[in-house]
Design a protein around this ligand. Structure first.
Ligand SMILES: [Ca+2]
Ligand SMILES: [Ca+2]
Ligand SMILES: [Ca+2]
Ligand SMILES: [Ca+2]
Length: 449
């Protein structure tokens, strides 16, 4: 081989190496481009699934509004057998109504259904003694709640007013006005996540795996196989003022019935003859509770149940924020004077023998003595006008998880939305079984539940 041919072959080798490098570069670029396209595609897919989930939540809200508007017994909770509580398909998406089982403390699988906001203690009307009886509550936090909402800046015993809040960083003042949202509890002096959320960090009313593993994963829990929810589980701000003045309002105020609406209702329901036999509030009678009127009226329990949902009492002595004895948990009933920690379990046990969908208060006389009934009834109701619609949804392929809570208020022509809150996308609320089912769905998008 002469020099020139050796040099030529060397040149060919160099060219080959350069070509190889360029090809490799092109392949790398193509791969990187492909990868970013794939990421882009996945992001678009997730966005689309999230959008579908949001649409499903709107559909769930319309469905709940329809159910509540058309309830056979106004003021009752829709019966589970009368509607789909989840998963409900909306195109490629699904929604669920996150619910609460009657005895949810040991539940590990989610319960789906429409909830009652009147099952809870009202932060704006509950006394400090009532608040103190809630699980996880401390005397300091109960007093600080009352100080937050009361008009003055004088701390109650153990409480906290602006003096305390102005020393914090950042500093702020006590509200000195009613709570607009239970989320304001985060601003109350002494608010710790353990106090507000307890073990139920994802606020779904069931014991998720991380809520029963001690300190291995957040939140801390006592690993006792029972859910110990925090204060947020038991409180509301929405039940205080049943608006009997609202347009199309259905309620008759027994202490302020100038148009004799009750008489008309009795005649329409029972006929003129029976309506005459039944007493209507006369003269200066002021009732502390609807139940007090029932006891004076001479109606049977069956008769009273037919009209109870239309009745209310306004009374300056009564704070409002009535608790529905048909739906409240044992922990909430324990806060009611006359029931207390000693009778709450018995009331819940008695309730379980009632017909599902019961919307009357009369049955508490079967479990409490007369004194207790008189003490408790001003705080209680058998019906509700505030429904919690807690919706979770996923889009195509089980992706795009969303959760939004709504409060619907009845009393006018149609239920109206008085609160709407998106919950964080982290904090899966549908339990392990649904997670597994959805993972299978992701593998095979054509499959359905
Ligand atoms: Ca105050
Ligand atoms: Ca939970
Ligand atoms: Ca834990
Ligand atoms: Ca526990």
């Amino acid at each position: 081989m002469n020099l020139s041919s050796r040099s030529k072959s060397h040149q060919r080798g160099s060219v080959l190496i350069i070509v190889l490098w360029i090809s490799l570069g092109l392949v790398t670029i193509a791969l990187l481009f492909g990868h970013s396209m794939m990421l882009e595609f996945r992001a678009a897919e997730n966005r689309a699934a999230g959008w579908q989930a949001e649409q499903a939540i709107e559909a769930g809200l319309r469905y709940a509004t329809y159910l509540i508007k058309n309830l056979e017994d106004p003021g009752s909770i829709p019966l589970l057998e009368d509607y789909q509580s989840g998963p409900v398909a909306v195109g490629e998406a699904y929604f669920w109504f996150i619910g609460r089982a009657n005895s949810y403390l040991s539940n590990v699988t989610p319960f789906f259904g429409i909830q009652d906001e009147a099952a809870k203690l009202n932060l704006n009307t509950a006394t400090v003694e009532m608040l103190e009886l809630l699980p996880f509550m401390t005397p300091q936090f109960a007093a600080a709640i009352v100080d937050w909402r009361d008009e003055d800046d004088e701390p109650t015993e153990n409480g906290a007013e602006s003096d305390t809040y102005l020393q914090l960083t950042p500093a702020y003042e006590a509200k000195n006005a009613p709570f607009d949202s239970i989320d304001e509890l985060h601003m109350i002096f002494g608010a710790e996540p353990e106090l507000l959320y307890g073990e139920d960090i994802n606020r779904n009313g069931i014991l998720d795996l991380n809520e029963n593993d001690g300190d291995i994963t957040y939140p801390p829990d006592n690993q006792d196989g029972r859910l110990d929810p925090g204060i947020l589980e038991y409180v509301t701000v929405f039940t205080a003022n049943p608006d009997t003045e609202a347009e199309g309002a259905q309620s008759i105020d027994l202490n302020d019935d100038e148009d004799d609406q009750l008489e008309t209702l009795l005649e329409e329901t029972f006929g003129a003859e029976r309506a005459d036999e039944v007493s209507t509030p006369g003269g200066n009678t002021t009732y502390d509770s609807v139940l007090e009127y029932y006891n004076a009226s001479g109606m049977t329990a069956e008769e009273f149940a037919q009209i109870e949902g239309r009745l209310t009492v306004s009374n300056d002595e009564i704070p409002g924020g009535l608790i529905n004895v048909n739906t409240a948990s044992e922990a909430v009933l324990a806060c009611v004077p006359g029931i207390g920690l000693e009778n709450a379990a018995a009331v819940v046990a008695q309730r379980q023998s009632n017909e599902p969908g019961t919307a009357t208060i009369t049955w508490i006389s079967e479990i409490l003595d007369d004194d207790a009934v008189n003490e408790a009834s001003p705080y209680l109701t058998g019906t509700t006008s505030h429904y919690l619609i807690d919706l979770a949804a996923v889009g195509r392929g089980g992706k795009g998880y969303r959760r939004t809570q709504f409060v619907l208020e009845t009393g006018g022509e149609s239920p109206r939305i008085i609160a709407r809150k998106n919950l964080p996308r982290i904090g899966w609320a549908l339990g392990e079984q649904t997670r597994v089912q959805l993972a299978e769905l992701k593998q095979n998008p054509l499959r359905r539940f």
